[in-house]
Write a protein that binds this ligand. Structure first.
Ligand code: PLP
Length: 444
């Protein structure tokens, strides 16, 4: 029965909702990344580390809405602030005290932030950093790391999940369009850098330095393998961009999870502009751009029309501000140290289990985020992390087998921790991964 797994969990309620959804929502559900064959599970509720689906099945949530829910589900301080704000008003056409307080909190934490602006998603945040870089420098080109995902803004949706035949040479990757209908100038103006390859990157940047507005990086790019950036590579990018008047953008939409002081700060560097989102919304939609005032002035409307007008009906809405303040106030420096320790425990337990059970799998990651790869050697970049069609099929089986055992992970088998997690939850997950992997290997 396609609606009951090997562990006997019934997901007929989800199957029925998917059928109804398919009639009125293109593809049956509203997010590409949650689609799963034969259909996703439909979720009814969540508390702490657990979610419950519409059929009453319980799951350990290692996905946490794609890393956004750093405190897991129904976190009491967030719920309390939201209930309070609900009575005062859910959105206004003017600013509130909350956005000032939240911006103050973020500027205190990230040393190079003088100012912040809020928006509603990570995609928007990245878009505004790119617009600002172009406006401030008067140049057009953007350089990005091969395979790195930066959201749905067209010009940066380049070199992402493309077929190996389109990649081009490792030392000079092609700018491959992601969507049908991509304008030619998106790929012409986007320069693709080979991740952590310093010599080749220097050569590409030297050849484009007069036309580059920005270099956008993610210090832990998920789709490029969740491999941390080399410190020497980052040091080079920081020095090169500063020397040539190129804006260094740090996309921390996901990697802001890496430290109390922000992701690039964990490596000892500062960006010119930082795009962040996810955890700072406490579970509600949010995006933000932060940086030193000489870069943030691109958005400043106090002397007339800014270089980059930035607006948005729900930007800095009080519900997202309230939830974000509550979520971040509950994250101390010790919370991040604890994530590092638990993350280390998860990665070493998985690696050791794969070795002991002779499973040809490996693990990458940092802090509270890690990813399982269906290859014996941990990948070093996007090309090595790329799964061939046969591997993708195997990955689908593994993820479904994990779901049947009550563990939720991302479609690329990325996992993340939340503050209510303990070593017991991690050990339970490792046991489920072992069982699921053994089942997948036996089936082939
Ligand atoms: N940048 C990175 C690194 C991301 O991981 C994501 C989303 O996963 C985005 C940008 C887009 O953020 P959002 O989904 O909030 O638009």
């Amino acid at each position: 029965d396609r609606n009951t797994g090997s562990t006997g969990r019934s997901i007929v309620g989800s199957a029925e909702l998917f059928g109804r959804g398919q009639r009125v929502i293109t593809g049956g559900n509203a997010r590409l990344s949650v689609f799963q064959r034969p259909h996703p599970i439909y979720i009814a509720s969540g508390t702490g580390v657990n979610i419950v689906d519409v059929d009453g099945n319980n799951y350990l949530d290692f996905l946490n809405n794609f890393t956004a829910l750093i405190h897991g589900h129904s976190f009491r301080p967030v719920l309390d602030r939201l209930h309070h704000q609900l009575e005062l008003g859910i959105s206004f056409s003017g600013p509130t005290k909350l956005e000032v307080e939240f911006a103050e909190l973020l500027c205190r934490r990230v040393s190079y932030f003088d100012q912040i602006r809020f928006m509603n998603s990570g995609t928007e945040a990245v878009m505004y950093t790119i617009k600002a870089a172009r406006a401030l420098t008067g140049k057009l080109k953007i350089a990005k790391l091969e395979g790195a995902f930066h959201g749905g803004y067209g010009p940066i949706e380049v070199s992402l999940d493309s077929a190996p035949a389109n990649w081009g040479p490792r030392s000079a990757p092609n700018a491959v369009p992601y969507c049908e209908g991509t304008p030619e100038w998106y790929t012409a103006d986007t320069v693709v850098l080979p991740f952590n390859e310093l010599g080749a990157t220097r050569e590409i940047l030297e050849g484009n330095k007069d036309k580059l507005a920005a270099v956008i990086i993610d210090v832990l790019p998920q789709r490029a393998g969740l491999v941390p950036i080399d410190r020497s590579y980052l040091a080079f990018l920081r020095e090169f961009t500063a020397r040539h008047g190129i804006v260094l953008i740090s996309d921390e939409v996901m990697s802001f999870r890496l430290s109390y002081h922000g992701a690039i700060s964990r490596f000892g560097f500062e960006a010119d502009l930082c795009a962040f989102a996810k955890i700072i919304g406490g579970g509600l939609p949010i995006g933000a751009v932060g940086g030193p005032s000489q870069f943030m002035l691109a958005f400043d409307p106090t002397n007339g029309k800014p270089l980059v007008p930035q607006s948005g009906t729900f930007s800095a809405n009080p519900m997202s501000m309230a939830a974000g303040i509550a979520a971040l106030e509950s994250l101390s420096e010790q919370s991040f140290q604890r994530f590092d320790d638990l993350g280390e425990h998860a990665c070493s337990s998985l690696t050791e289990m794969f070795r002991r059970e002779r499973l040809p799998y490996s693990v990458t990651g940092m802090g509270s985020m890690f990813r399982i790869h269906l290859r014996p050697e941990a990948p070093k970049d996007y090309r090595e992390a790329h799964a061939a069609p046969e591997q993708q099929e195997k990955m689908g089986m593994l993820i479904r087998a994990l779901q049947e055992r009550g563990v939720i992970v991302s479609p690329t088998c990325q996992l993340c921790l939340s503050t209510p997690m303990f070593t017991d939850h991690i050990d339970e997950m490792v046991t489920s991964v072992r069982e699921a992997a053994q089942m997948v290997e036996a089936a082939r």
